[in-house]
Every structure is written in structure tokens, then in C-alpha cells.
Design a binder for this molecule. Sequence first.
Ligand SMILES: [Zn+2]
Length: 358
Amino acid sequence: MGRAPSHREQVEFLLQIQRLLEEALFVASYKPALLIALADVAVELGTDGEPLTVDTSQLAERFVRLYWRQAAPYAAGPGRRSKVLLQNAGKQAAIVNAVEEARALHDGRFSTVKRDPKAWNRLIRSVARTIQTMPLWKLQTVGKERLSFLYENLDKGTTVTLNATAVYCLRRFHTLVVDLAQSAWMRFLRGLKPNRRVLGDVQDLRTFLFGSDRASLLTYRHLLLKAQDGRCFYCDGALRARDAAVDHFIPWTRYPVDLGHGFVVADARCNTQKSDRLAGLRHLNRWIDRNERHGDDLAADFDHADVVHDLGASWQVTRWAYSQGVAAGAQAWIKGSRNDGVMEPIEPDWLGLLPGAT
Ligand SMILES: [Zn+2]
């Protein structure tokens, strides 16, 4: 593991992210999308303090994940016409067209297109090409200035190498970077005239665009319940399907990407008490055990229910979240409420329990 950037370097990094999102000219939503994709690969594929080389296909996969939801028609409320939001000044963004076409051919189901290698590869190739010609070498241009704080601007090729400081900071400040990028993305969409007629003054634009941890998760809680033998993940109490709450093992507020293996079911009490905290060692062990034993079965069920999943990425996200907890000296939740709950410090050796640890 390389050296951690100094505090000064970390602040400098965040200031550059802010400049990039506030001062740079957007002609499409590709720049914030690329920034979110880079932050996600840093968590899912990166290691603290080491540079990370990624290619446009890897980024394209994250783009498809991001735009999949957004390429569905948006309806602001009863009586308003629903329409796919414009993501480009001028005609619709090429990536939205490609994703919309894939949605239409596969009944809107992400897992169906992903399981069709021909359709999936065609989609990824098309999106990867657009990433290469559009945002990849323009992302760091702010006015007349060209920044290179994320990666070197080679202006050609299909790979970029995030430098060690960028990888460290994207992992450290993932929530913040994604939040800033989502806000910039929404500002851009609201600013496009044709969208204003569709949007009205809606409150739930962020939920539509970027997803949420709410109702839709309930549709597949029975899959998780089966893998947990009908018991609450945290307290092992018997759990009826209608009382089961779907819980993000790594809290949504820490990593707002839904990946199937990252979910557990719990009773309402445990779900509420855990809240946005990381779970303690016995829970972590149980989560690892469940996914090692039932991971493949769950993957098949997730495909069937059209839930995005990637067990390798889920291991990485969990390792990342706990390493952040170690760095912050955070306490993990074992049981009980916020005020009189039982907590324990997160220990560095927990990270070694996760498969693929080096
Ligand atoms: Zn419980």
C-alpha cells in the first residue's frame, strides 16, 4: 500500500472536483456520469494508495447501470405527460439512445440484456466508444485550463490510469463526490428547456434518476428470506415475509449503489436500530458466510427478479466500507438502539476475512 496523500493534497483534490462540476461547460450529462463511474471503479476495483488503470468497457458498464433507470420515461405526476428526459443540449445523448434501445428490446430488464452476450457486448461497445470520443478526454477541461488531477490527458486510447492520490481520494470521499456529481447532473437536466415541461416542480427527481432504498426492494425480500432460513439476519429471530425489511448491509448512505448480494432481510426493530451504521464482527461473518454458501443461488434468483448483482464488487465495496471505518476509528453496531446500543470498534483484521483479501 502506498503513502496516503497529505491533508493538503486531499483538500486540493476536492477543490478540483468542485471546480470541474461548477465551472466546466456541460453539453451532456456525461461528465458527472463519468465522475460517478470513476468513483465507483475506485471503490470496486481499486486499492488505497495505488494507481488504477481502467478501460472504457469497464466504465461503460457503470454508465449502463447509471443510465438504465434514466432511459425510462419520466412522469412528474398524474396528468403530466411522461417522457425520457433529455440528457444533451441539442438532440438526445447517444448513450441514452443506445440504452433506450436495449431497454425496448429486453422489456426494460437489465438482467436480460446482461445475460444476452451479443446484445450486452454491442451495448457496451457502443457506450464505450461514446465515452472515448466525448467525456473521457474532456472531463478535466475547465475553461481554457486543463487539469490532470485524476489522470493524464493522453487524448487517445481507451484506457486511463487514475493516479494514486485520485484513487485514494475517490475512495475516501466517495459519498461526497457522488453527491456533488448527482447535484450537478440534476442542475444540468433542469436547465434544459425541453425537460422543464416534463419536470414541473417535482420533489423526487433524485430518486428517479439515482434510485433509492425504498419500496422496490420489497419485491425480492422472499429470495433473501429463503437464503436466511426465514430468520432475521441480525438477531436470528423468526421472521415472517410480511414483516421482513430489506436492509443494505453496507448502509445506502455510505455507498448508494444497489447490488443484490449487499442486501439482507431483518425485522423492523433490527433494521431501524442498525440505521446507517456498519454491522459488527458476528454480522460481518454471517454476511460472508451467507454469500459464500448461497451466493450462486442468489445470483440466479437475482437474475430472475432483475436485480443487478456482482458478488466480486460486493466483496470489494464491503472491504472498502470497513477500511473507511477503521480509518475513521468508527464503532460497529451489534444490537440495541442508538442511545443504549452495544457497539464495538472496527478492527483492521476484519478486512482479512473477506474473500480476495491480499
Ligand atoms: Zn432482528
